[in-house]
Design a protein around this ligand. Structure first.
Ligand SMILES: Nc1ncnc2c1ncn2[C@@H]1O[C@H](COP(=O)(O)OP(=O)(O)OP(=O)(O)O)[C@@H](O)[C@H]1O
Ligand SMILES: [Mg+2]
Length: 284
């Protein structure tokens, strides 16, 4: 199919806030977490989603994966609205779009061992019983974890290990789209590089489409082909990753980049009058 694999059209999410008294008086008590988001993601794209805390990145991810209902607007997978897919093909939709969650401690069932968590996911994908153990171990290896973790419960794992189990579980579904919400934030630098290389390889080899939510602009720069910059529930800028990071046009993007200590994002600060084609200082 040639069109975008994932589209959002005018997606808005608002939450009730304030107390019953406010509501009784008809005061406007809605908090708008996402405000008319429209975007298109092409198959095989690696899209970085950046923006300050509270800008709506996780809300966007949860809506795209079908966990949160938008207040208005549409999410489409290969041009088909999520509302229709959820009704008629809920299973395939869930398999095709997977999420690695930001909060790894609440994303895993505390009573299920690593092995069970992975083998159950493989069963959902239809992997025959006799192959599940082996494939679960292969998934562990894929995210740089050893077989000794298989019998452990989530509370017996470190934060970084839990995060990678979440990623392994999402990948075990062989999704078309992976939405990874801060997937490497609690990993040390060498493990971050390992997971980033893995994600990059999977997008190349399997044609995986990746939405990569991160506060780390250097990682986004290394991994992503496109970037979406969010501020207060809106997309303020989007485009080719290097273009936006080297020549940000929106003041908020400029601020976001300027806030990164020099050298870390592998670029000059935007205040140094970026011009087309300047040499990069270094790439992170
Ligand atoms: N269930 C909810 N009820 C009310 N407000 C919510 C709810 N979930 C999220 N919000 C609000 O929506 C806004 C966006 O939250 P979201 O989690 O999407 O931000 P984020 O960009 O992922 O932030 P972070 O970088 O800290 O993870 C925040 O102000 C948050 O407080
Ligand atoms: Mg978040």
């Amino acid at each position: 199919m040639s069109g975008p694999i994932l589209s959002l059209r005018g997606v808005t999410k608002s939450y009730a806030q304030g107390n019953a008294f406010d509501r009784l008086l008809g005061r406007d008590t809605r908090f708008v977490a996402l405000d008319g988001i429209s975007l298109e993601v092409a198959r095989g794209d690696i899209v970085g989603i950046v923006g300050e805390s509270g800008s709506g990145k996780s809300t966007l991810a949860n809506i795209a994966v079908g966990l949160t209902k938008p207040t208005s607007g549409d999410v489409l997978l290969d041009g088909e609205p999520l509302s229709v897919l959820m009704r008629d093909h809920a299973g395939p939709w869930r398999r095709r779009v997977q999420m690695a969650f930001q909060d790894s401690s609440s994303a895993l069932n505390p009573r299920k061992t690593v092995s069970r968590c992975l083998t159950e996911t493989l069963a959902l994908r239809g992997v025959p019983r006799e192959q599940r153990e082996t494939e679960a171990l292969a998934m562990l290896e894929l995210v740089g974890l050893g077989a000794e973790l298989a019998p452990r419960l989530p509370h017996e794992l470190s934060g970084g290990q839990r995060q990678r189990i979440g990623l392994a579980r999402a990948l075990a579904m062989k999704p078309d789209i992976l939405i990874a919400d801060e997937p490497v934030s609690s990993l040390d630098v060498s493990l971050q590089a390992q997971v980033i290389n893995l994600l990059s390889r999977l997008t190349r080899e399997l044609g995986l489409t990746l939405l990569f939510i991160s506060h780390d602009l250097a990682l986004v720069r290394t991994l992503c082909s496109r970037i979406i910059v969010m501020c207060k529930g809106e997309i303020v800028e989007q485009g080719a990753c290097l273009d936006v990071l080297d020549r940000p046009s929106h003041p908020y993007t400029q601020l976001l980049i300027a806030a990164v200590p020099k050298g870390i994002a592998g670029r000059r600060k935007p205040t140094s009058a970026p011009s087309r084609g300047h040499a990069q200082d270094s790439v992170g």
